[in-house]
Design a protein around this ligand. Sequence first.
Ligand code: GLA
Length: 376
Amino acid sequence: MREIEQLAVRAYKGKFGEEPGLVASAPGRVNLIGEHTDYNGGFILPCAIDRRVAVAVGAGGRGGFETRLYSADFDETRQIDDKDSSWADYPRGVAWAMGEAGHEIGGFEAAFAGDVPLGSGLSSSAAIEAAIALALDAFFGLGIGRTDLAIICQRAENDYVGVGTGIMDQYASLLCKAGAALLIDCRSLDAESVPLDLEAAGLALIVCDTRVERGLAETGYNDRRATCERAAHMLGVEELRDATEGDLDLLSGAELKRARHVISENARVLEAVEALRHRDFDEFGRLMFASHASLRDDYEVSTPELDTFVRAAEQHGARGARLTGAGFGGCAIALVPRAETAAAFTNACRQAFAKREFEEPVFYEFVPAEGAELAG
Ligand code: GLA
């Protein structure tokens, strides 16, 4: 059992006074390329990270009649019923969405422990959702497939928590494989693992948390989404996935810029997958920089901090770098040659932030990890 899973077990025992029935855990994610394409029916290429949320689940001392949720990270116990804008809304939403999908679940008790950085755009909330979804599926013997679990988790996020995100985070957390990225077609929900052996390529995946609160994330995100829907409507296509570069002549203003990003980004994802298959990290990196420029100039979701990191990364030897996730703050990623040593690279980036009097960023190095699992 992983350490974080043991922590969840200890928390369960401490809180509920008995052994849990089972333990599951699910990772956060970074998206390598393919940003703001998921809700346009397009392509994405995320990988899971080696930071997880674990949950221990059992029938509980009260005969399974009452459901209690406990977070070891916040040392808080919550009931299942009341929505209260806390971490507990994610498991509540999953239980609700399972019911909506026609799956019967009884009472249960659950204890959570996690080490996915919170509020940085590394999908800590999707990790909670995926972990509890897998745990409840096994605990109540529901036999729901992984893709349907991802749809249930997305429903929890969209219709219970009330954030209109695409399916990337939940899908990545449930279906990614260790040592690989996952190419996902967000229309058909077909997915394919693409080997990502960074060590063999002599590269490290460095994540920079700019620590800029993603305050505008919700309004900005919904606004981008609405503009894409408008652009698709103007072009007479179901989703921007169906639009081509030639269609862009028919658009202007914000619709033109947003659609240009989505169309070019979808193409970049497919090119990036080809590059990965040929272990061509120069090309892969070039596409990452191009993705960032498109998110900055056409999709307009970057920030001065994210741009500073990407520029500093380029100047200090990164093969590629870009913002990851929704933007408006949060994290950026870079593929950095190991020989440069992560410390020299991150020091150079830190200096670039200090020079502009930005808050000191936090750096992580992640390896592509396994998706959600039941602990043995
Ligand atoms: C957030 C959402 C995802 C996706 C990205 C942008 O992370 O949760 O569904 O839309 O933004 O690519």
